[in-house]
Design a protein around this ligand. Structure first.
Ligand code: F6P
Length: 393
């Protein structure tokens, strides 16, 4: 069934989950094609793109929450990160929202807004919800895989990743000049939830002596040795830590978990690290999809290193959200524009319920119902073995 057969005129678009570079590029990429088509379409067949504000939240409000999208007004937005449509982590399928019949309500709001087709930009949670909704209500849905974490199934790369890497590298390099000037070791934490791609790429590109990933079996005694070696040779050092890295894991040999507990205790029992202890004891927050709010592992590693390698100065820096914002770097501009363009193509071909994935240099349609997270760094990946510059000095 083609767009014409389905009579798709008003296309809704929303962005869900954490923002990142490239969202605006997808919107612009799709709008460019709609505008181009409108140049030759008869008046009663012209299409329009309508922005739904704050992700799925827009569809929980009776009136919806929409904004018209005009290419000349938003044409430059693809050069910046963030999302011009705003975002939220609303989960239409959470227990509370299912009880409140949120999916049904979302469909009513779409109907009220005369939206014929919905394009959803997000990570696996957002895309998964689009798949379910589209299937349950036989509604034409499309998605695009975002996330700075680069962890969405079905694509070699998500948009948002490359810009976050560039920003992280910039951050690491800034830390390097001051680290070198003062003979210090900086522990730099970067976001990326449970997949270590950002830390891996940024650590290597930024020349970090040690890069710690969620995917590895962490051995802090080995990290201490690498840091001491680096300090002996260079008098300064950078350790990059992915926020999803863990001190303890059921995957680790028992002896490692035990040793890490000793190292952690040595820190939290020291009054000098009272703040680390306080943060350690704080209850962990979760978002509406059940994802734990991460952040702070770098601080433990900083404290453990400081306590266990004598006579050297340490600093801890958490890049936090800053690496997700600012400029959209070239790769994300291009990838986002390609995804937007591809969505239009899929629409024209009547391929509903899909999102574009990058496979080599090709864009291929992927089924929204098959989307999932957890595209992790494999331990046999070339970069995995290259991640610690300290191994090579
Ligand atoms: O969108 C993914 C992500 O950037 C993760 O890397 C990070 O753990 C999380 O979002 C942070 O979420 P929030 O913006 O809700 O604090």
């Amino acid at each position: 069934m083609k767009v014409k057969d389905l009579n798709i005129r008003r296309i809704g678009i929303l962005t869900g989950g954490g923002d990142c570079a490239g969202h605006n590029a997808v919107i612009v990429g799709l709008l460019r094609r709609i505008n181009q088509a409108n140049q030759t379409l008869p008046v009663d067949e012209k299409m329009e793109l309508v922005g739904l504000l704050e992700g799925w939240k827009a569809l929980t409000k009776d009136s919806g929450n929409t904004v018209p999208l005009d290419l000349l007004t938003i044409e430059d937005s693809f050069k910046t990160a963030g999302t011009i449509l705003k975002s939220s982590r609303t989960n239409l399928f959470s227990k509370a929202n299912l009880e409140a019949k949120a999916p049904e309500k979302a469909m009513e709001v779409l109907k009220k807004l005369n939206i014929d087709c919905l394009v959803v930009l997000g990570g696996d949670d957002t895309l998964g919800a689009a798949g379910k909704l589209g299937q349950q209500y036989t509604f034409p849905m499309f998605g695009a895989p975002k996330t700075m974490d680069n962890d969405v199934y079905g694509t070699d790369m998500t948009y948002g990743f490359e810009s976050s890497v560039e920003e992280s590298v910039h951050f690491i390099e800034n830390c390097r000049t001051t680290a070198r000037s003062h003979n210090r070791c900086f522990v730099v934490e970067v976001m990326g939830r449970h997949a270590g791609w950002v830390a891996l790429w940024a650590g290597i590109a930024g020349g970090a002596e040690v890069t710690i990933l969620p995917e590895e079996v962490l051995n802090l005694d080995e990290v201490i040795k690498k840091v001491e070696k680096t300090i002996a040779k260079k008098q300064h050092c950078i350790v990059v830590v992915s926020e999803g890295a863990r001190l303890f894991d059921t995957r680790y040999p028992e002896a490692i978990n035990k040793r890490h507990q000793e190292l952690l205790n040595s820190v939290i029992n020291d009054p000098k690290y009272a703040l680390v202890k306080a943060r350690h004891e704080m209850p962990k927050k979760k978002d509406s999809f059940g994802n734990e709010q991460l952040g702070g592992i770098g601080e433990y590693i900083f404290a453990i290193l400081e306590k266990n390698t004598k006579g050297f100065e340490y600093r801890y820096q958490n890049c936090g959200h800053a690496i997700r914002g600012g400029v959209a770097h070239v790769m994300d501009r291009i990838l986002g524009l390609r995804y937007g363009d591809a969505i239009y193509e899929f629409m024209q071909q009547g391929k509903f319920g899909v999102y574009p994935g990058l496979e080599g240099d090709k864009i291929v349609p992927r089924d929204l119902l098959e989307v999932k997270g957890g595209r992790f760094v494999p331990s046999d990946h070339q970069l995995f073995k290259m991640r610690n510059a300290a191994d090579f000095i």
